[in-house]
Design a protein around this ligand. Structure first.
Ligand SMILES: Nc1ncnc2c1ncn2[C@@H]1O[C@H](COP(=O)(O)OP(=O)(O)O)[C@@H](O)[C@H]1O
Ligand SMILES: [Mg+2]
Length: 318
């Protein structure tokens, strides 16, 4: 594996590190994102409603929601993360908030509590709030569908508790393309498609892209997760470049395989909070940065990667 190198030596900054999708000149976004003293420029109207989806299960949607959501909150944006994966709810676990969920969206809709009572504030970054649809292991309640979730997201825009509407609503989508998926994508204006570089995940991602487009969601970016340069080099894994060619979507981030992801999941402590930061944590942080600015990165061929010189930059660029 490549070695972790936290401060990029300037002369080694690859030219292809972060091309904007709008031009071919190297942009300074990534360099800036590694200097934590700048806030990214929020692009688009708020609240931006983003669904994190994939088709295939277990590819990292919930991990992406937790880490991107927390990164956005840490950058100073207000975020509501909606766990729309009803049957397999686990965003609360990843955020370490499982003991604090007293009310869910179902109780709000039944009139048993107010919306603000169902919003669970993160312990570390109160700018981040969690909204779960229902109790764990319960089925999607009858009558809870696309209209209900859209109503909830609209209610977040005009909150009765005096807090301003969030900058981002991030919806963690269930796997598959059935009712839960249709519900989760309904209020979204944009989508982040998470895929791993394997053929089953890619096939599902391609199918989901078509469905999102049919639903009117044209702003779709992808995160390629669990990437291993050693396997790509050995031609045992598809490269990010291949993935991008197959899906033809803007690339929001490339997340390496990292054992710390599993450790942080078990601790309920999102990876992006790790000190010192890990490869995957930095990659999620950069993906959040790009999401804010509506920017994208460009994949490079594995032959262009020089891990000894570039270290972890091989993953992020260019
Ligand atoms: N980059 C990564 N490196 C290592 N393990 C990962 C990575 N991303 C996700 N995982 C692990 O994969 C499993 C599934 O991730 P999860 O986010 O729950 O997927 P999904 O929500 O798509 O079902 C979890 O055990 C998680 O810790
Ligand atoms: Mg999940």
């Amino acid at each position: 594996m490549v070695s972790l190198q936290l401060t990029p030596p300037k002369p080694f900054l690859p030219k292809t590190l972060n091309h904007s999708k709008h031009d071919n000149k190297p942009s300074t976004t990534v360099r800036s994102s590694l200097q934590w003293n700048r806030k990214p420029q929020l692009s688009g109207d708020t609240p931006r409603v983003v669904v994190i989806t994939s088709g295939k299960g277990g590819v990292g949607k919930t991990t992406t929601t937790a880490n991107v959501g927390l990164s956005l909150a840490r950058l100073g944006f207000s975020v509501v993360a909606v766990d729309a994966d009803v049957g397999l709810r686990n965003l609360d676990l990843l955020l370490g908030l499982e003991n604090r969920v007293n009310y869910t969206a179902v109780e709000v809709l039944n009139g048993d509590c107010r919306l603000d009572q169902a919003l669970v504030r993160d312990k570390r970054w109160p700018h981040l709030e969690l909204l779960c649809i229902s109790k764990p292991r319960s089925k999607l309640p009858l009558g809870f569908g696309a209209k209900a979730l859209t109503w909830l997201v609209d209610a977040l825009k005009s909150r009765s508790d005096g807090r301003p509407p969030p900058d981002f609503v991030i919806i963690d989508c269930p796997a598959g393309i059935d009712a839960g998926f249709v519900t989760a994508i309904a209020p979204a204006n944009e989508a982040v498609l998470v895929t791993t570089p394997d053929i089953t995940s890619l096939r599902d991602a391609d199918r989901v892209t078509g469905l999102l487009e049919c639903d009117g969601i044209r702003d779709i970016k992808m995160v390629v997760n669990r990437v291993r340069t050693d396997m790509i080099k050995g031609e045992d894994m598809m490269s990010v470049l291949d993935v991008q060619e197959m899906l033809g979507l803007a690339l929001l981030g490339v997340i390496p395989e990292d054992a710390e992801v599993i450790r942080s999941t078990n601790r309920g402590y999102p990876l992006v909070l790790n000190k010192p930061p890990t490869l995957a944590g930095l990659a999620f942080e950069q993906a959040a940065w790009r999401l804010v600015e509506n920017d994208s990165m460009k994949a490079v061929a594995v032959e262009e990667m020089e891990p000894k010189r570039w270290g972890w930059f091989s993953f992020f660029g260019g």
